[in-house]
Unconditional design. Structure first.
Length: 300
């Protein structure tokens, strides 16, 4: 039996949230439904944040109400506070995502508080989410580098991981928010995080492809024992903190890589290629997935 790798598809939330032109709610619903039908066990579907800060995600409740839920699929929502959690609960999210930076400079510049204070703010959110029976995921942003302070200390990443685990997180995302990480660095960070969490079941790799290193970083994390990865169909999602950032690694590229490694994901690559072509046309920009483009040309 080939080893199973879990792919968390983040396109509908982390991917679309940075699109300047509003994406119609019906298109978001269709995107989530098509991704779930392609075999993703976990789809990041919505975000319950202030529409003032992220207007693209203002229709999260409508998206969650409109999707055709598939048994066994986890539909996740990002929540920044108790109000966001209440929205996610009302929308029947299966998992909520909380977040903290591993960079003090990033935390201070973006939310005007320390890392410790930011995590402490999530204590009531985490407790309420667990009491409601929801899965809880914690994301560590700037885990490999920060736009303000440069390379992130490994000890800071481990510290945030420990804090999130104490809150009750079922999974911890090690996120290269600005895409500056390299394979050797990823190995050092993942092995350190592996001292406080199980790499195969509790830790995921979330890599951006700003410097073209995301696939190499995934291979590095795989070698360390990580078995959960995030990706975004068609490479949706630019990064507002790094000039020229191409955003999340494209799901098609990740699936092509893993298939070549003989690893099983349960996701239909051909279906994802079609979805990538469709959503790229829908939002009016070309896919950033090289494998997606090549496979689409072969099918044409």
């Amino acid at each position: 039996m080939t080893e199973h790798i879990k792919i968390v598809e983040v396109g509908p939330r982390d991917g679309l949230q940075n699109e300047k032109q509003f994406v119609e709610t019906a298109a978001k619903i269709e995107l989530v439904d098509r991704l779930a039908a392609a075999g993703f066990a976990n789809v990041e579907a919505a975000s319950f944040v202030s529409p003032k800060w992220v207007p693209q995600m203002a229709d999260g409740a409508q998206v969650m109400a409109g999707i055709q839920r598939r048994p066994g699929t986890i539909y996740s929502a990002l929540v920044p506070n108790m109000k966001g959690l209440e929205g996610a609960l009302a929308a029947r999210a299966d998992e909520v995502v909380i977040f903290g930076a591993a960079s003090e400079a990033f935390s201070q510049r973006n939310i005007n508080c320390s890392i410790a204070e930011s995590i402490a703010r999530f204590e009531p959110v985490a407790a309420a989410a667990k009491a409601a029976g929801l899965r809880l995921r914690g994301s560590i942003s700037c885990a490999l580098g920060c736009p303000y302070q440069g390379e992130t200390p490994i000890s800071a990443v481990v510290d945030v991981a420990e804090r999130l685990l104490k809150l009750g997180c079922d999974e911890i995302d090690v996120a290269d928010t600005i895409g500056v990480g390299t394979a050797a660095q990823v190995a050092r960070v993942m092995r350190a995080v592996g001292q406080v969490a199980r790499l195969d079941t509790q830790v995921s790799g979330h890599f951006h492809d700003t410097y073209g290193q995301a696939l190499a970083n995934i291979l590095s994390a795989l070698e360390c024992g990580v078995r959960i990865f995030h990706s975004s169909v068609a490479g949706l999602g630019g990064c507002p903190y790094a000039k020229g950032a191409t955003g999340n690694v494209a799901t098609e590229d990740v699936l092509y890589l893993l298939r070549g490694q003989g690893l099983h994901t349960g996701v239909d690559l051909d279906a994802v290629v079609d979805i990538g072509q469709w959503i790229s046309t829908t939002i009016g920009r070309p896919t950033s997935s090289r494998a997606g483009r090549a496979l689409a040309l072969k099918k044409a």
